[in-house]
Design a protein. Sequence first.
Length: 247
Amino acid sequence: MTFKRHTVLVTGAGRNIGRAIVLELARRGCNVIVNARTNQSQADSVAAQARDHGVEALVLLGDVGRAQDVQRIAKEALERFKTVDIVINNAAIRPSAPFLELSDAAWHQVMDVDLHATFYTSRAFLPGMVGQRWGRIINLTGMNAIHGYAGRAPVSAAKHGLWGLTKALAKEFGPSGVTVNAISPGPIRSQHPDPAMTQHIESQLGKIPLGRLGEPQDIAALCGFLASDEGGFISGQMIAANGAAQT
């Protein structure tokens, strides 16, 4: 698939799906910006692997749920690369709590990371995409969040908001050559600090007609297609990558 030497920012890129996306886009010839919230060693490891593909890689730590962190990340990214052509909003948190026990702070923290971060990154990098009349924004939602996530109400609310933002930006910026899409992953094999989340994902295997969990590379490959010129007529869509799983 066709790639020029674009530059891509991937948020939440230290491990799992984010890491796979960085390496896929690097393999396709993109310079990469590896974002993680605080884990420098993880991000440095991903960047080093990306450089093995002959591209430039920059690590920028920061909480993308904070507007001031995104402003700093954007400033440093644009100073280094002049433009960021592809933004992949992958960072997310998924805390579990009964709805009636949620604090205001817990609700707003999820909204900040799972929804507001995409507002901040889009606002930062869309001007450059519009100026060159080419750009890609890809937002990660999630099968359980879109179906309705019992015990994770703010995650479902934020991801539905992200789907709405995806459609609105696609319509507003399509005339400027920018595509905006969402990917809704199903159960993806991954490792989490909370072993219960890993076990939860693995427990869903029986719901998947294809008979296997998804791999991070499955999502990374879809990101690669949507970011390519061949994916340029797809916009305003949420593509489910879930092995035909249903709940």
